[in-house]
Design a protein. Sequence first.
Length: 492
Amino acid sequence: MISTIKSSPKQRELYIESARRSINVLIIDTSNPQMSIVYQYLLGEGINTGQVAGHEEAVKHLKKKKYDLLIAEINSKEEKAYVEKYSTLFNAPTLVITDSKERNFLLSLIKAGAFDIINKPVNLVRFNIIFEKYIKQRDNGVKKDSKTPASSVTPAISANIIGTSKEMQRIFKEMESVAKTSTSLLITGDTGTGKDVISQAIHELSPRRDGHFMAINCSSIPHELLESELFGYEKGAFSGAYTSKRGLFELSSEGTLFLDEIGDLPYDLQAKLLRVLEERSIRRLGSTTTIPIDFRLIAATNQELPRLVKEKRFRKDLYFRLNVFHIHLPLLKERKEDILPLAYYFIDRFNRIHGKEVKSLSVQAEHKILRYSFPGNIRELEHIIEKAIIISSEKILGPKDILFSKDIEDIENVGGISNITINIEQPMKTVVKYWKDEIIREYLENLIRKYGWDIKTIIKISGIDRSYFYKLVKKYELMEKYSTKWNISPHS
């Protein structure tokens, strides 16, 4: 959705309406059910939309009339040639809908002149985000240069990466450049900025994409286990080693090994990792046999490695070996243009996971999200949207559904879910149990507020059985709270 902090809701509405009236869209092959859905949707939104039966007819139309955006399904190299023709001869970008998930083909579509790509089946929430992104970039004078492979409107190069901001466009170009090589790579950025997602996308873009992508968090595994996980071991190497096991170095051969939180790698293992990178071979624990390996290393950290080097907690030689190519991920608050597209991506994702049908955010909810600083970055936004999807019974999320944890207060003094904050002095189990109970309570209360004591409907929507529903009603004392209001027994 198009939104800026400075514009009022009314200005925003007028801006979108005016921009839409000035755009001419051509849909190619409306006999295709997916194209038909898009065509009917655009007509319903008041967009000037034409339709043709196929690409040859589209070329004839473009010779007679100027179209700002073409929408077509492209699944082959032959069809891709038309995308390039539309861009080169008619300066008309194509929004591509495709079955393909092959990375090289998708990148070739962008180079040919595609504005963006949507995988089938078409999700109208996602479509609307991309369409309004086009409106915004068009009216800001952002044009795609058909001779430039990676322009400022390059879309996310992985289905899981959303980013149209300048910061993310820079990162996409860096990803494409480094993916072609086998050099070691260091990704830095605060917790929750998406280092793991970026690393996997680089693997999928690389010539090693058919090999394994193996990942391990260096801070979450004890030293002894971490070494055996990385190097593997032979039968009898230590107590409990009843069989031989290949380690992650071996398993990632011809693929990629992702070491997350590399700053927490024990100092002695840092020396062993450096030796592996230099010699490209390993020995399993308990073995004298050298095994050649060929893997690409991607390391990530939210710590300042130069500071750790200065404090003698990280080896300088390993740091220089990892830092051959460095990608730094910005904070979410530094890429505000991406916040709403990410929010809608998570709405679409959690709708499917939780079987909900949330359509959008209200303007007030969008503004609330845009004003927030997101200290937890993308991961925090993801959790906020999931909570909203779970507890809301409405199809449009309002500001009351968007719950932030801004202050550190005692959770036992909280008056309700809309005021929840997290007390880091409490045991994690206590905090998790509280949040779980509050979310379930709010979810059930929303159902009862909307459907009263229509038990059949509530059970059908929630997916829980009748006896468990009554158990929860009793646990959260909902009968006393709501049966008086409607003067109805919950057992009716």
